[in-house]
Design a protein around this ligand. Structure first.
Ligand code: AR6
Length: 173
């Protein structure tokens, strides 16, 4: 099992599942959600329509259609409202539920974007710490379940935040 830190477009990654930072409708939007829907093609929206939305902190899975990734795990991060609305707990729950779905479906490589840190305004360093702690805790318990977990950043400054915290937490990559 290894961690990989990538700077670039998550829609280009050939992994068992990429994670989408979606909204509760699951019907598409801007940011990484828009990019994933564009790259996957219209069948993704049709399939998502049948899922009946998704609660904040929860996750649902679809095929990847035209994406190089076999599956998309759609999760809905919290909108940052200052930290008093359980935003941290809800973000942690996103990571856990995505990995639980991957585990249940035998998906061994998963790539995460930095959930909630774009349109939803979650401070990147706080979000990164939650992401790394939740993923590391899950992987510790399910040591043989995964080959690779990718953290895919879309800016060099986010990538630098991840790199420093990964080193701090001893997550070799
Ligand atoms: N590959 C990887 N990361 C990306 C990509 C990409 N192609 N595009 C953007 N990012 P955001 P959120 C980064 O706003 O904050 C949507 O409209 C981006 O730079 O995509 O969870 C949904 O429909 C940032 O670091 O998601 C929701 O309404 C990270 O992905 C809402 O935005 C997350 O930014 C969700 O907001």
């Amino acid at each position: 099992m290894r961690y990989r830190l990538v700077l670039g477009d998550i829609t280009r990654l050939k992994v068992d599942a990429i994670v989408n930072a979606a909204n509760r409708t699951l019907l598409g939007g801007g940011g990484v959600d828009g990019a994933i829907h564009r790259a996957a093609g219209p069948e993704l929206r049709e399939t998502c329509r049948r899922l009946g939305g998704c609660e904040t902190g929860d996750a649902k899975m679809t095929p990847g259609f035209a994406l190089p990734a076999a599956h998309v795990i759609h999760t809905v991060g919290p909108v940052w409202k200052g930290g008093g609305r359980d935003e941290e707990g809800l973000l942690a729950s996103c990571y856990r539920n995505c990995l639980r779905l991957a585990l249940e479906n035998g998906l061994r490589s998963v790539a995460f974007p930095s959930i909630s840190t774009g349109a939803y305004g979650f401070p990147v360093e706080k979000a990164c710490r939650i992401a790394l702690n939740e993923v590391a805790a899950f992987v510790d318990v399910h040591a043989d379940a995964f080959d690779e977990i990718v953290f895919c950043c879309f800016s060099a400054s986010d990538r630098d935040v991840y790199r420093v915290l990964m080193q701090e937490l001893g997550l070799a990559f």
